[in-house]
Design a protein around this ligand. Sequence first.
Ligand code: AMP
Ligand code: GLY
Length: 423
Amino acid sequence: MKVLVIGSGGREHAMAWKLSQSNKVNSVFVAPGNGGTHLNPKFKNIDLVDINLLADFAIEEKIDLTVIGPELPLSKGIVDLFRSKHLNIFGPTQKAAQLESSKDFAKDFMYRHKIPTAKYKTFKIPDEAHRYIDEEGAPIVIKADGLASGKGVIVAMTLKEAHDAIDFMLVDNRFGDAGAKVVIEEFLEGEEASFMVICDGKTILPLATSQDHKRLLDHDMGPNTGGMGAYSPAPIVTDEIYSKVMKEIIYPTIHGMANDGIPFTGFLYAGLMITKKGEVKTLEYNCRMGDPETQPILMRLKSDFFEMLYKSSTGHLDSTEIEWDKRTALAVVLASEGYPEAPKLNDEIHIEDRVISDSYIFHAGTIFRDNKLLTSGGRVLAVTALGDSVKEAQSKAYETINTVKFNGAQYRKDIGFRALNNN
Ligand code: AMP
Ligand code: GLY
């Protein structure tokens, strides 16, 4: 079978890596891919991002399954386009992807289906938004309605920050259309976790739990990023919390979408806030796998990833089982200097040949040019390792990091600290 993976990050490298392990798969194309997928002879990078050209490519190459990494092509309707051309693709339709591409759509959906989430209101008019903030007080959370490359959420600890965020989005239009509407939301406190499932519209297959590290610096300090490290499983998601998430969030979401006439197919990612009292609330939905959560999750997956996604894309997920490595997998992201504000690019990356068992270096912002591996993005690599304990996975990941060098590399030294405190 021939598979096409769309995207260029660490998540897509991990997906291509896992898909290529299936004995049913003989070619894996990655569009556009990165330096890591270029260097691996098992994959072939395709320099395309336009969804129409990708569909033409899939027809020409007779691709059996297309899998999408990031949200942007989903929000542009790549699934609808491929299906209209009778191409097999795994992911949500443009309408279903609104769970991620419109915060207002997602909040309205959660309210209608009684899915626990923070109290909110949506605004287009700056004066009304400012007045609401004054009434509610700080801390308070301001979210651009649309996709804003992970920068659309401001957790405002003061009223000034909240008012500034409104001016930034509604007055100065700094996110364009994506910020023409804002959701203002109650500030929730607790511990976050990532909960992902696969769905074919009817059957739900939960993936292993995980936890991300959104802040740039150790001890969860510094600005928000796309994610600086992750591990799986997340001990905070106890059996009791797991059942609660399935009952209060996942089932009502999948059934709610089906009842609304928008059946959900693809990966559904619920960003959770777990409060001290053990309540679970939905912070957000994503309609894709998380990055960097995918890297440790797929490192633990023992089942055939291709078969799971192929069966799901053809509506036969009910005949699929999933098996996980019991060990912990932990990924540490190496980012370039200046990330997230202004990442410095084009630094040469040196990776020693030394192989450390049960570890893998997934590439993200890398490119192979003039016979050199160079940095080409903010998050450069995700070094991922398996261990019998969180501590062991952590030690191995940090040992592997020592085999990588590039100027200005920055990474957190405490990935996994919550799981270690939980043990
Ligand atoms: P989102 O993209 O909606 O997940 O938001 C990005 C990050 O902002 C989350 O991972 C949380 O750390 C934080 N966040 C979002 N919504 C809230 C909320 N209602 N209360 C507290 N923090 C939040
Ligand atoms: N790591 C968070 C996300 O992928 O949205």
